[in-house]
Structure formats: C-alpha cells, structure tokens
Design a protein around this ligand. Sequence first.
Ligand code: ARG
Length: 477
Amino acid sequence: MSGTKGARGRRFEGGLAPDAAAVNASVGFDWRLLPHDVDGSIAHARMLGRQGIIPAADVDAIVAGLLAVRGRLDRGEVEWDEALEDVHMNVEARLIDDVGDAGRRLHTGRSRNDQVATDLRLYARASAARLVDGIDALRRALLGQARRHVDTLMPGYTHLQRAQPVRAAHHFLAYDAMMARDRGRIEDAARRAGESPLGSGALAATTFAIDREGVAADLGFTGVTRNSLDAVGDRDFAIELVAACALAQVHLSRLGEELVLWTSQEFGFARLPDAYSSGSSLMPQKKNPDLAELIRGKAGRVMGAWVTLMTVVKGLPLAYNKDLQETQEPLYDAVETLDASLRVAAGMVETMELDVARLRAAVGEGHLVATELADYLVAKGVPFRDAHDVAGALVRKAIARGVELAALSLDELRAEHAAFDADVSGWLDPARAADRRDVIGGPARGRILAEIDRIAAALPPPPPPEDQSRTLGKESR
Ligand code: ARG
C-alpha cells in the first residue's frame, strides 16, 4: 500500500470513477519523463537542504531513495500504477513507501504544475540534443554521397522535367542545406526551453526561501523563468520544438519521395539495399521502397502534432489547466517519429547506390544543354532574349528530327543564327555546362568541392557507438 494514493488527499472521499480515472491518468505516456522527474526532484531536495528548509539527513534519504525508485521502474521491477495518475505521483508514492517521512518532505515548496513544466523542458532539451545527433548522422551520409558523386552528372529538374545538368553531389548537398537549417531551428527551440520554471509553484510561486537559480544550474538550465503564471501555464517551448520537427519531417518527406522516384523502373537512378526494402506478399518480383514511403508518410503525423498542440493551448485562461496534459503525447510522438525517421534516412542515404551510367544517359536526353546554346550566342554579343528564341527554334528542329541538339550540324545552327561557329560543340558538353555555373551556390566542380570542405569542417564527428547518454527514456517501458 502506497503512502500516498494519488494527489487527492483527505479532501476527497473514495477514488475517481473508473472511466474518469482512465481519462485522468497520464502515466501511460508521461513515464517518458522519469529520468527528468527524478533529476528535478534531486535538485529540488538538495536545494531544500542547502536552504535549511528540510534536514540534511532527509535530503540524503530522498536522493538515495529517488535513485533506487528510478532504477526499479527502469528495470520493470515495479509496475507503473494508473491509480497514482502520473509519473510524478508514481515516483513520490514509491519514495514514501521506501523512505517514509523524509520522502513526505520532498514536495515542500513545489507543485506538480511547476514540476511537470520542468520535466517537459528537460525532456525537450534532451530530445533536441538527440535530434541534432540524428540530423548530423544524416548530414554525414549526405556528405559521403556528395563526395562519391562529385563527377556524376545527372539531370537537374524543374516541374519534374529535365532542366539543366548538375553534379549529383549538388543534389545531395541541397538536402544538407535543408537539414542544416532544421538543426538550427531545433537548437533554437532548445535554447528558449532553457529557463527553469521550478519555484513557480502551482501558480503563485512559494512562500519558502528557495534558491531558484541554484536548482536551475544543477539541472543544466541557463536561467529561470520570470513569471510564475506564465511558467506553469504555457507550453510554447514544446510547440516550437514540434514546429521544427514538422519542418524537418517535411524535408525528409521530400527526400523520401525522391528515393521512391529514383528507385522506380521509370527513373532507375538508384538502388536501395534489401535492408531498406520490402517485398510483396503477392508479386514475387517486387522490391518496394517502403521505408522511403513511410518517411514521406509520417510528415502528416508530425504536422498533426503541431496542430494539436496549438489547438490545445489556444484560448486557455491563465495559469495551469489540465488541458495542458494533452500537449504531452503529440510532443513525444513528434520527437520519436522524427528521431526514428532521421536514423532510417541516414541509413538509406548511406547505403543507396546510384546508377551512374543511367544518370549520365538521362543528361544526354531532353535537350538539357539548350540554355548553353543561348549563352553561347550571348557570348557572341546577341541579346539574351533573341538568343533564347534561336535556341528554342533549334530545340524544335531537333525534336522534329528526333535527335539531340549535339546532332545538329553547324549549317543547321547557322541557318538559325550566323553567329554560330565550330567552337559551339564544346559548349554542349554537360560537364562543362555545370562547370560554367561557377558562382557561390552553383554546381561547378570547384564550388562543389569547396562546399564539401566547408560542410565537413562544420559537422561534428560521429559519437562513439556506446554513447547512450542521449536517450529518449524509451528504455523505461
Ligand atoms: N500530469 C499532469 C500534466 O501533465 C501533471 C500536473 C497535474 N497538475 C494538476 N494540477 N492536476 O499536466
């Protein structure tokens, strides 16, 4: 029998109706907060001791007891109890069972409202660190492919129509640019979640002479919140993090779509290894890019999480309202979905194989060097609009004859404009077409190599595989 059954105390007679208890309880999902809840309680207890609010011997009993409770819950030796509502009461009740009166002093000067606000900020910051690791892993995979394919030419597209030749490295580095911005957005969200709400109490802070800054520093926060009503009543830090997750997942959905296209027979640009492909239960020949599709499909779910959070918080009066409990599941789901997707995306990008010959062949079909003909004329002094017209007429001619532009004779070119000369043939080489785009952000070989160096210098090296410090608390269930 627990020392404390839930948070209701003797004000109430009997428990909640069973249906009500099921809706009220959050332990089915907030178990994820266990490590943060225990960290927060340890920092709070130590501070209470330092301030002389509770005896030092009780602090020692509380800290040892909390660590033991956390271990037993982590290892599954103790069941989570729905009757105890949430992670906070599960931990506190077990602590009181174990250490008695000392445990009953832990909640001095604290409310579950500032406690959950603290736990969720710690969770958001730990999650952000893990997501950044996942983004970096994907970026290293993209960079690896970019290095492999500096000299692989492929069609660049607009409207999914072949447009101009680019180096395949350029295509991979485009996704790196998106992921670099996503990384910045996630770090930014974590930075703003860096204020400790502990000490805000239920809504109006506390009468005890607590040391908020000390607790904040112990927990790795960068400061303290400045208004107790706001600190317990808002979840904007979660909304921001989930917004950043949604955008990152949208970027992954584009990458997923690209892999679906590239691995199709129609494109045939890439092959995925069996480790990232599924078969059909009916058609023996099928090899389906299910993981790429799922990464694409999961964007809806992360975007939905953001809409849910905004809707929950919208119109709530100050300060804490139980509605805020509904912000937890979308937060966890967004973080866990993006985390898993990043890891799968990194694996797919790392192991996919491009069909270099097929990509090169695609560059040679569809008049991708038409712009070069126009640029050639411009170099000979023809105004661009006129040059564009001439090149368009030549494309039309080539299509009518069923050939590529390079197959047109000098006489045929000259029939459209007298400025064409024998040196035009060099301009129709697609590698040269890419290299002529020699500006920052362009696909010229030298620019790509410089980008690879710049990104490699900015990316942290992979963490050692045994580094388990950045987990999401999944091991608790
Ligand atoms: N599980 C609750 C939540 O997530 C903890 C705070 C409960 N506070 C309260 N006043 N009932 O919001």
